[in-house]
Design a protein around this ligand. Structure first.
Ligand SMILES: [Zn+2]
Length: 169
């Protein structure tokens, strides 16, 4: 199957070319290591073709689904970001992740990995629901499991909240 994120550049004239991508579940599902598994994003790519390189300027906007840092339930996170990647025809490997060396005989580039990296860079370090939107039962369960081991069992057995949580299981 041909990747929908592939751009055949040989036929392009020198200069700037605009591309639009709409990313959804299928984008993330085709990346087995993806930290995000769903979303709705629009990517604009301004691809500038030069004699020996391509300059790809990406911009992304939209929402991704990811687990809330507090209650661990899926939540929508708005993101916005950009990334510029240089594709250079050559033979030597590049150490710089924003400089991708492609074999001289290449006629196309696959921009999926670059778009994924841009999305990862755009994610906030911690994303959580607004306080009153969390699943509070889950928050309590998580706090219970991550509570310090010196909290005594006696407290748990007399606290009616713990009893209620045990009934959930
Ligand atoms: Zn939450």
């Amino acid at each position: 199957m041909i990747s929908p994120y592939t751009i055949p550049f040989v036929g392009l004239k020198l200069g700037q070319h605009l591309f639009d991508f709409t990313l959804d579940k299928t984008f993330f599902e085709s990346l087995p290591y993806s930290l995000v598994d769903d979303g709705k994003l629009v990517v604009k790519l301004n691809l500038e073709k030069k004699e020996t390189m391509l300059v790809a300027s990406f911009e992304v906007k939209g929402v991704v689904s990811m687990p809330c840092a507090r209650c661990n339930e899926e939540m929508s996170q708005k993101i916005k970001g950009d990334l510029t990647v240089y594709y250079v025809l050559g033979d030597e490997e590049s150490e710089d992740e924003n400089l991708i060396v492609i074999p001289r005989e290449s006629y196309e580039i696959d921009v999926q990995q670059s778009m994924y990296e841009m999305i990862m860079l755009a994610l906030p370090a911690r994303s959580a629901h607004k306080k009153n939107e969390c699943n509070e039962e889950m928050v309590r369960l998580i706090e219970q499991y991550t509570s310090k081991p010196n909290s005594t069992d006696d407290n748990e057995s007399i606290d009616p909240r713990w009893a209620a949580l045990k009934n959930l299981n």
